[in-house]
Design a protein around this ligand. Structure first.
Ligand code: SAM
Ligand code: SF4
Ligand code: SF4
Length: 350
């Protein structure tokens, strides 16, 4: 493994290194958030991937190993809802083995989940070696939560219980992500901020993005990070704090009274493409070099070919990264019309 770690960083033409690998392990979800998998588009008739189409755990490990060799230092499991993937704890355990292989350059193993199944799974995930957890929660008010999540029988209480279970097994520090959509859950900004003050949990607000083609995104539905910060600052004064790393996407703010910190991810109003180091692997084995990609690079055929050895796999991943010129968010303002057909976030992995 050491020889792999010692390889030079893999850079794209804009000199951005490959640092993060996001693996979508399921294209299915137990929610239908209007901004991600709206029920009208992902209803009964929608055809999800069949089991044979999904990358197996062994295939995922082969890809992850080569990405680490090319410089990845963080692996995040996502989806769809990652906790719906049967045997997810085993995949976490296999990946943790890979991530802990070289103590000098540790690889962080994280997951983003909607938290609904977390109370049941937190202990097993921790034991399997999961290091970090982000949980999505857009509202504390049940009616607003159900509207945002497109689900009449889901409750924010279940998510909060999942968060509590994750904390109790030591899956900390937990980050909670909230997407704010104008006219739907703006009223939850302050209650969420209030709820997570003094909790040790880092609440982050994500600007509503134009991912995929089904969410009917409109710019006037985006509540900007500036507006979110102003609303919170008005009640609980904030001060900016240093980011942890140059490629960190969240801007950090601390409560001046010492009650903790919050973050804002300004994907729409302040593009961070110039430091974007994320590579995405879809559930069926395609590589995407941007959340807003229109096409992916298939790895599954190579993974399943009798001759598909790991050197060829590494070369395919490296050349995909080295040919990457993505900076969609930076270009968004200039692209006023004729946006190309994009891939859904639930499929590509959020
Ligand atoms: N199901 C898991 C969850 O919700 O945490 C993981 C996958 S989800 C696609 C990952 C993250 O993407 C979530 O925090 C979700 O809120 C965010 N997301 C999805 N669609 C979005 C959009 N249109 N704009 C901003 N964030 C979005
Ligand atoms: Fe599911 Fe997460 Fe998308 Fe919501 S944001 S529909 S929980 S994948
Ligand atoms: Fe990265 Fe694409 Fe997002 Fe820019 S738009 S930050 S390149 S994923």
């Amino acid at each position: 493994m050491r020889d792999l770690h010692e390889m030079a960083s893999c850079l794209d033409p804009l000199q951005r290194p490959l640092r993060d690998l996001r693996i979508s392990v399921s294209d299915r979800c137990n929610l239908r958030c209007a901004y991600c998998m709206p029920g009208e588009a992902f209803g009964r008739g929608f055809v999800f991937l069949q089991h044979a189409e999904l990358l197996s755990f062994e295939e995922i490990i082969r890809v992850a190993r080569q990405c680490i060799a090319l410089g990845a230092r963080k692996i995040r499991l996502t989806g769809g809802e990652p906790l719906l993937r049967h045997g997810i704890e085993r995949l976490v355990e296999m990946l943790a083995g890979l991530c802990n292989n070289d103590n000098e350059k540790p690889v962080e193993l994280a997951m983003t989940s909607n938290g609904l199944l977390l109370a049941k799974k937190a202990r097993a995930l921790k034991d399997a070696g999961l290091m970090r957890l982000n949980v999505s929660l857009d509202a504390l008010n049940e009616t607003i939560f159900q509207r945002m999540s497109g689900s009449n029988n889901a409750s924010p209480q279940t998510v909060l219980e999942g968060i509590a279970a994750a904390e109790s097994v030591g899956l900390t520090p937990i980050k909670v992500n909230a997407v704010i959509k104008r006219g739907v859950n703006e009223s939850e900004i302050l209650p969420l901020a209030r709820h997570f003050r003094h909790s040790g949990i880092i609440l982050r607000f994500i600007e509503y993005m134009d991912v995929g083609t089904t969410n009917g995104w409109r710019l006037d539905e985006v509540v900007t990070s500036r507006e979110i910060l102003a609303r919170i600052d008005n009640e609980y004064p904030l001060m900016p704090i240093e980011s942890h790393a140059p490629n960190e996407v969240a801007e950090r703010w601390a409560f001046q009274d010492g009650a903790g910190e919050i973050g804002v991810i300004s994907s729409v109003t302040q593009a961070f493409c110039h430091t974007c180091s994320r590579l995405r692997l879809s559930t069926d084995g395609k590589l995407y070099t941007c959340l807003f990609a229109t096409e992916g690079t298939d790895l599954r055929a190579l993974l399943r070919a009798p001759s598909g050895d790991d050197t060829a796999l590494r070369q395919r991943i490296a050349s995909t990264w080295q040919n990457r010129s993505d900076r969609y968010s930076q270009l968004r303002h200039e692209m006023t019309e004729a946006l190309p057909e994009k891939i859904e976030m639930s499929y590509i992995g959020g």
